[in-house]
Design a binder for this molecule. Structure first.
Ligand code: FMN
Length: 177
């Protein structure tokens, strides 16, 4: 799949088939996440895969927002202590940006592989860190359900909104020249 096609096809999937995702496909998603940059090239961003059905179920119990019935979860989290130590006070922001970069890499790779995923904002919910056994110094940034998308789901997807773009100065709709 060409990049342009993956960009066009990427959508938030909220409905999955129960079939498990092959380990080699999960490995491709992990690889995509790891290829995303971090500020100052400090390895403070982590990926955790949940493929144990019991733990997937527990995470879903915590969260009403994680609507998808996905067979696996890809979690992106930050070792905030290392990030602040090595990058300084800007690390709180830079690490969130880095996690978004990793998540988008995963999303595009999943699209290219015919898998479905999306971002969910349940990361900060009480209990997630404990459930996954993360140290207190870690912040969960993204929980991405991963599965084979249900074939009928996307037909009802709304048209994608195009967020605003400016040229040179705020509010300017024309490029220079
Ligand atoms: C930072 C972020 C957080 C999101 N959180 C959720 C969420 O908690 N639950 C959900 O169903 N979708 C969530 N989404 C998916 C968006 O609603 C979806 O990407 C958006 O409506 C655009 O649709 P598209 O991805 O199909 O183009 C999130 C997306 C982003 C970028």
């Amino acid at each position: 799949v060409e990049l342009d096609e993956a960009l066009a096809r990427r959508r938030a999937d909220r409905n999955y088939l129960p079939d498990p995702v092959a380990p080699e496909l999960i490995d491709r998603l992990v690889d995509a996440a790891q290829r995303a940059p971090t500020a100052s090239n400090v390895p403070y961003r982590h990926v955790l895969i949940v493929d144990d059905p019991a733990i997937v179920r527990q995470v879903r119990l915590i969260s009403a927002a994680l609507l998808a019935n996905a067979p696996a979860l890809l979690v992106v989290f930050t070792d905030l202590r290392l990030a602040v130590e090595r990058v300084g006070p800007i690390a709180a922001l830079s690490s969130a940006i880095d996690s978004g970069a990793a998540g988008e890499n995963v999303w595009l790779a999943a699209t290219a592989l015919g898998l479905g995923t999306q971002f969910t904002m349940i990361s900060a919910m009480a209990g997630i860190r404990v459930l996954l056994g993360l140290p207190d110094t870690c912040r969960v940034d993204l929980i991405m359900p991963v599965g084979h998308p249900s074939p009928n789901y996307r037909t009802g997807a709304p048209a994608r909104i195009r967020p605003p773009v400016h040229w040179n100065r705020y509010g300017n709709a024309e490029r220079s020249g």
